[in-house]
Design a binder for this molecule. Structure first.
Ligand code: SF4
Ligand code: SF4
Length: 167
């Protein structure tokens, strides 16, 4: 059960991929009534039925975090190991603006301590946000995996994200 409702936001119907509809990332679903809701609400795929972005789940996120205003959709993975930030390709730098980027840096500190990752995607291009830097990894395919390992270098520890290519 979500603590909030979507109001006039329909951004996930643009930025997220929907396999059941063969809808790619970053393009409006043909069934979306932009700013209003779903045109096939009663028969929408399960992926749409079960999707709850982080803004819906977290009442402590202010109005500036509503996805249609922020221009990105945040969604934790099912196992909680990744916080995905899927950005509207029409505003690819939206996540770098204040207050978002500094907040992502803060969240990434806690995420790393808990062996989790904060990953920003613009279409299929990934950037891992770390407390001290952002690491752009380029295109990531459906079978690929992003892993962040601790590397000891000159007696100092740093996090090194990379893509493990699937199949
Ligand atoms: S991005 Fe979140 S708030 Fe916006 S329509 Fe989707 S689920 Fe609702
Ligand atoms: S089917 Fe409806 S809920 Fe699902 S992406 Fe399309 S418009 Fe959005």
């Amino acid at each position: 059960m979500s603590a909030r409702d979507c109001g006039g936001c329909t951004l996930c119907c643009k930025v997220m991929g929907i396999a059941a509809l063969e809808k790619p990332l970053g393009r409006w679903c043909p069934h979306c009534k932009i700013g209003k809701g779903c045109g096939i609400y009663e028969t929408r795929p399960d992926e749409c039925r079960t999707f709850n972005c982080l803004w819906l789940q977290r009442e402590n996120l202010g109005p500036e975090w509503r996805p249609d205003r922020a221009k990105f959709v945040m969604a934790p993975s099912a196992d909680g190991a990744v916080l995905l930030v899927q950005v509207d390709p029409g505003a690819p730098d939206a996540w770098r603006r204040a207050p978002y980027h500094a907040t992502f840096r803060e969240w990434s500190r806690a995420a790393i301590a808990a062996e989790r990752q904060l990953i920003v995607m613009v279409d299929d291009r990934a950037t891992v946000v770390l407390p001290d830097r952002d690491v752009a990894l380029g295109r990531v395919g459906p079978g690929d995996r992003i892993v962040s390992r601790r590397v000891v270098d000159g007696g100092r520890q740093r996090i090194e994200p990379r893509v493990e290519r699937g199949g």
